[in-house]
Design a protein around this ligand. Structure first.
Ligand code: SAM
Ligand code: SF4
Length: 351
């Protein structure tokens, strides 16, 4: 079942035939999937301008995967070699059964379980509960330190101070080192790059600047609004002497730097547009409504939900996931002339 845009159709198997097929998640470009991004909800209490429309329509609850379905998918992916799981959304902390999801995924024995959040609902009590349930790491998103600008970017009343409290709550609960994500958009927050980088020193955090990608629901992305990784790094290096770090893993999404004066924390850039890491990509995404998206920029979606609800056994799910993975595109092609932005925005894919 391949879902393209709004239509569905049945496709022949694209991965090697059943007899030769590996029970790993391997694509036709030789990449192996080890990381699963699981979007547990499409809902959000923010409406970030670079992500979600103010009048977004969320999927009806019946179309969203249940906790049982999510855990079944993660279990099958684990059996096929997935080691890391990141819970995302939408805003994952809005899910009423988040703790059960964390405990369930942790109980499946994945080696690394992380969560990406806007931080608005992350209190010290919540952080302790999620840690006790098995959460290992947290990434908090914060694009500005100015309350006015935060209101403008997120269209919410959550101030930056609240998100910094969330960072402190994670550190207090032992969910560190915390990663802090900031999307840099020209004319919006590039003047704050140095102040945001300083958060790395203050909190011993990994401050990661993300190049603005054409995944905004307003479709307002244009290259003139992109602040390149090169520009971001040169701004940071003009303030502090920075030492480039080796990449821990080839598939790591960020290029990282340490402060040469020995201060704690690191600064990284996720250069998805100008220095894509597609060649070493090890990720697969499952949307909250149960579609497999082999790439953020996939134009194809594989309808796993229908299969899950049709009584398919694990062998069938594995074959389906192997097929979906096999067709993973070589790269996102943002800079290519025929590039078309995917229909789903970031919030509906799971960043
Ligand atoms: N709601 C959570 C949050 O904001 O952290 C998790 C989901 S959000 C879609 C995951 C990450 O995607 C966030 O760090 C967000 O800043 C990033 N993101 C959203 N839209 C983006 C875009 N158009 N370009 C680059 N990053 C984007
Ligand atoms: Fe919500 Fe995260 Fe998208 Fe902002 S980036 S609208 S917080 S899903």
């Amino acid at each position: 079942m391949l879902r393209k845009g709004v239509g569905h159709r049945t496709t022949p198997l694209r991965s090697p035939g059943r007899a030769e097929r590996s029970d790993r998640l391997i694509d036709s470009h030789g990449r192996t999937i080890r990381d699963l991004r699981l979007s547990i909800t499409d809902r959000c209490n923010f409406r970030c301008t670079y992500c979600m429309d103010p009048d977004v329509r969320f999927a009806p609850p019946a179309e969203l995967l249940s906790v049982k379905e999510m855990l079944r998918v993660v279990g099958v992916c684990r059996d096929m070699g997935v080691k890391k799981v990141r819970l995302t959304g939408g805003e994952p902390t809005l899910h009423p059964e988040l703790e059960r999801i964390i405990a369930g995924v942790a109980g499946l024995g994945v080696s690394d379980l992380a969560l990406t959040t806007n931080g608005s609902l992350l209190t010290p009590e919540a952080a302790a509960r999620w840690r006790d349930a098995g959460l290992g790491r947290v990434t908090v998103s914060l694009d500005t330190l100015k309350p006015e600008k935060m209101r403008e970017i997120t269209r919410s009343s959550t101030p930056p101070a609240r998100v910094l409290e969330a960072v402190e709550a994670c550190l207090g609960a032992g969910l560190g080192p915390v990663k802090i994500n900031a999307v840099v958009v020209r004319g919006f927050n590039e003047e704050e790059i140095e102040d945001l980088a300083e958060l790395a020193r203050i909190y011993g955090a990994d401050m990661r600047f993300i190049e603005f990608m054409p995944l905004d629901s307003a479709r307002a992305w244009e290259s003139s609004r992109l602040v390149t990784a090169e520009e971001i790094v040169s701004r940071v290096r003009a303030r502090w002497e920075m030492t480039p770090l080796d990449r821990a893993e080839r598939s790591e999404t960020s290029f990282n730097y340490a402060f040469s004066d020995g201060a704690p924390g690191r600064v990284g850039v996720i250069a998805s547009v100008t220095r894509p890491f597609c060649g070493a990509c090890s990720r697969l995404r499952i949307t909250a409504d149960g579609m497999v998206r082999p790439c953020l920029f996939s134009r194809d979606e594989w309808d796993l939900r229908t299969l899950l609800r049709s009584g398919a056994d694990d062998a069938h799910l594995k074959a389906f996931l192997a097929d979906a993975t096999w067709g993973k595109q070589a790269g996102h092609g943002i800079s290519e002339p025929g590039f078309r932005q995917p229909d789903r925005p970031m919030s509906a894919i799971g960043g």
